[in-house]
Design a protein around this ligand. Structure first.
Ligand code: GLN
Length: 441
């Protein structure tokens, strides 16, 4: 633990805020004592991990990388994090991310842009950028990210590590700051499929504090080694046959498809919604939900407060001064989408498209066991580029947001490209995703 803390501190492009040193070291001493006394130790005893700074860990700062919450302390601990602590894992750092999960590059943060682990001129990806970089650089053994529209899978891909978004509801969201509640998922970033499996098992389960959580069965190590039940794999033609995809990503993806065919697994081309439709449906709903979720941050109960002449001024100055440009863009967009005169035309249309997307997946999973896709159409942008062109940043989410809207389990595995391969299965088939990842190994 001490070595890893030193590594974190000596890192010149540090992605870390609010180090938990004393806390971590005290826990590590407890582990040492347990081992010396011959006491039984937990499954994750002594394993250091990082936490995207959108989770509650009692007594530590929970900033969401935002000005508004920069001094806010967690009054309680998130369920998923508590389960990790109960298994003996040691929280080392709260990790830099896009403010409130808003972004795909980890530049929308008060702590400075997260730099890519492979090439520091490039972004670390987002919004769980700090979490992916910390794992890639071995500062933490694993990190807990948050994925609403790709925020675990995309930075995992950009930094050559594994990142898993479980089926929606498999892991309790209690204690995760809400971005878009209908797609928010808690998941691990790690260096192996086996680590992902273990961490997922520890965090999963029904929680009375999250009504959308459900009880799932444990994924056993031996189960994920046997891939015989995977007969057919599909991919979306329009994700690959488009000018929008980087040629190297396209050829690496098609090479993987050829390898899979050579094993005797059937490969099917599938039809799907256009990238523009997926991105606009996701952003319509995500902006609406975040505008609603963030309305409680008005300086009354949480975070920074700037006094105005009256209450209305106080709300307005507090929010105008403390939310970032990107977050304000989403609040304004979301409130417009929900407002009278627009909601039927835009919000309800978004909900309707989401249903169509889910139906499309149900139909697809009658024909194929697994859907494969690159994680992004593009390679990681240079630092600064995404800030200049938010629309291009939104479009870079084209391959991840559909699976979020469908609430499906989906995993990024490194593929020797700058983006990785995304493996998706039907709802609650998380085990099959890990099985197929193991098979490709
Ligand atoms: N990039 C997407 C967005 O900004 C996804 C973010 C996330 O999953 N938190 O909405």
């Amino acid at each position: 633990v001490q070595d890893r803390l030193d590594l974190l501190k000596s890192n010149t492009h540090n992605t870390v805020n609010s180090l938990l040193d004393t806390f971590a070291l005290a826990l590590a001493e407890k582990v040492d004592a347990k081992i010396k006394n011959g006491q039984e130790i937990g499954l994750l005893e002594g394993i250091p991990f990082g936490i995207k700074d959108v989770y509650m860990l009692q007594g530590t700062l929970a900033t969401a990388s935002s000005e508004l919450l920069k001094n806010y302390k967690s009054p309680y601990t998130a369920t998923a994090i508590q389960k990790l602590l109960d298994a003996g894992a040691i929280p080392l750092a709260k990790e830099n991310c896009d403010s409130f999960g808003h972004g795909s590059s980890s530049e929308n943060t008060i702590f400075g842009a997260v730099k890519n682990a492979v090439n520091t001129d490039l972004v670390g990806g987002g919004s769980s950028g700090g979490s992916a970089v910390n794992v890639a650089k071995d500062f933490t053994v694993f990190s807990i990210g948050g994925d609403t529209g790709g925020s675990i899978r995309q930075p995992a891909g950009y930094n050559n590590v594994f990142g898993f978004k479980p089926t929606y509801g498999r892991v309790s969201r209690f204690g995760l700051m809400a971005y878009a509640s209908s797609t928010d998922c808690v998941g691990p970033i790690a260096k192996s499929i086996e680590d992902i499996r273990i961490i997922l098992n520890v965090m999963s389960g029904k929680d009375v504090k999250d009504q959308t959580s459900y009880q799932s069965s444990e994924i056993s190590a031996s189960n994920i080694l046997n891939a015989e039940e995977i007969k057919t794999v599909g991919y979306f033609k329009n994700f690959i046959e488009t000018d929008a995809i980087d040629p190297e990503i396209k050829s690496a993806f098609l090479a993987s498809i050829e390898k899979i065919k050579a094993t005797g697994i059937q490969v099917k081309e599938l039809d799907f919604f256009e990238a523009d439709t997926l991105v606009s449906t996701y952003y319509t709903l995500a902006m609406a939900e975040t505008a609603s979720n963030l309305s409680r941050l008005d300086g009354t109960n949480y975070g920074q407060r700037i006094e105005g002449e009256n209450l209305k001024d106080t709300y307005s100055i507090t929010r105008s001064e403390n939310f970032s440009e990107e977050t304000k863009r989403r609040i304004v967009g979301g409130n417009q989408v929900l407002s009278q005169g627009f909601s039927d035309e835009i919000y309800l249309k978004g909900l309707n498209l989401r249903d169509q997307i889910s139906e499309n997946f149900e139909k697809d999973f009658k024909e194929v066991d697994i859907i494969l896709s690159p994680v992004t159409p593009n390679t990681p942008p240079k630092i600064g580029e995404s800030l200049k062109n938010p629309l291009a940043m939104y479009l870079s989410d084209a391959y991840t947001v559909g699976f979020s809207l469908g609430q499906l389990p989906t995993l990024t595995i490194p593929q020797g490209t700058a983006t990785g391969l995304q493996i998706t299965a039907a709802k609650n088939n998380d085990e099959l995703v890990l099985k197929f990842a193991n098979f490709l190994k």
